[in-house]
Design a protein around this ligand. Sequence first.
Ligand SMILES: [Zn+2]
Length: 269
Amino acid sequence: MNWMTKLLRCIKCKGDLVLMERRKLKCVKCGKIYPIREDIPIIMPEKDVEELENVKVFNELVDRYDSWFVSEKGSILFKNEVRALQIALKGIKLGQSMEIGVGTGMFAKELGIGYGLDPAWQPLLLAKKRGIKVVQGIAEEMPFKNEIFDTEFLIVTICFLENPIKALKEAYRTLRNGGYLIIGFVDKESPWGQFYLEKKRKGHPFYRVAKFYSILDINRMLKRTGFSIRKMVSALLQKPTAKPVTEEPVSGLVREAGFKIVIAQKSVV
Ligand SMILES: [Zn+2]
């Protein structure tokens, strides 16, 4: 069975989808049509999302965003973040995995994540080239069926969501019982958080639209949506203004760490 019909459902009526002559998906219940372009199912019509600030910027500046990962400074920070995520994932089976806000797929590729969701079309094309099976849609209204993923990721994405609580509820719904949600984010109260807040104030194209959170905010939102917090890993203890260096992440919570990872579990007793 095609992965699209196996994993996706209608966002309007929750009905199953069937494949029509390979170019579109159709809801068996309400008849809604979802086009497929470049092997990517389109869940939200472009006109509905392309004008949203947090979608527009990633479509327009996709090359600038993607080139950060290979830049002199960015590549070192990226490696530190990936290393921290790998350490956080120790002992956790990835299974069927999905990254919410997959962007250009850099993290997903490094971590071996199978599926990705993002509203911005241009980044999705790159993620697809990197071998990720991607879906165009939003985190707050996921087109996925209930309880199909073993692990879900939100990596430097929660700050760009319109409604993080709604997105976390959707993550909870689509995770299997016992499944994990891995959140990696820049802590608002760390020196790195302050550094990015300053960029936001100055109108930086990406951070202008970002809403940053503290570890307390994240943990509160996770608990509110039913998750149990299992583990934390801290990285980027170096100063944001210094020349980036490779550093070893620390298990547990270090207040001043710029990049923090929280592993939360859906555990229904
Ligand atoms: Zn439907």
